[in-house]
Design a protein around this ligand. Sequence first.
Ligand code: SAH
Length: 258
Amino acid sequence: MTKRLRALREARRVAVCAILGVVAMAAGGAGGSCGMSHPNGENDGPEASLRRRMVREQIVARGVEDPRVLDAMERVPRHLFVPEDLRARAYDDGPLPIGGGQTISQPYIVAFMSEALRTRPGDRVLEIGTGSGYQAAVLATLVAQVYSIEIRPDLARQAADRLQKLGYGNVMVRTGDGHLGWPEQAPFDAIIVTAAPTELPQRLVEQLRPGGRMVIPIGLEEGDQRLVRITRTETGVERDTLLPVRFVPMTGGPGRTD
Ligand code: SAH
């Protein structure tokens, strides 16, 4: 399909959706279910079929099987979380740059980490490293409330804007150093860290409830990072090593707030 034809079709779809929305509202409903701003993303169009393929070929093929996670990966419009000039590559099997030397993780890694967190629908989850907001949106589809901390104010602002526009009302983003966590909202059922520290941040462990899980890459930037799951027990923590990975380093550090 040509670009122009696709644009025309999209314009027609939006117009139809607008009419349906008005009708649904007049009938006392909550509005139409189509449109880009629905928190569950788009269910049709060319991107939806790219997402179904991404889930099948990159995620299920590598062993992720939690149906709730697969469903979330099918719903969240990843192409709206990458810079416009990279949209055509949004569903490729790899990470993409999002500016400032940072990256949006490979879809498989987002799915793997989401599954490894073992979330339940009522959970409250803390994310460190908001970046584009994509991982936060996937989690927001899975749990009741997501809190996300980003150290770079520009990225935090953009991600918060994007999440709000796309209708993810259950994500709160704040600028800060993730090493400190978000004590006012603790304890959390789960914590996901998407930048790699060299050691496990103790403040984060303290903000997990007993039984809570943290999925975090630990290690040096040059390689040798491992994705680890920490489970808080009544007396300490259990640690499972899951996968070799490569994440951008977690900057800041204990005692710093920049
Ligand atoms: N989860 C993101 C990808 C994260 S890339 C997504 O879905 O797009 C890692 C992010 O961690 C970057 O945006 C980086 O600025 C941020 N970061 C690095 N150190 C941090 C720290 N100490 N606290 C909070 N965020 C940090």
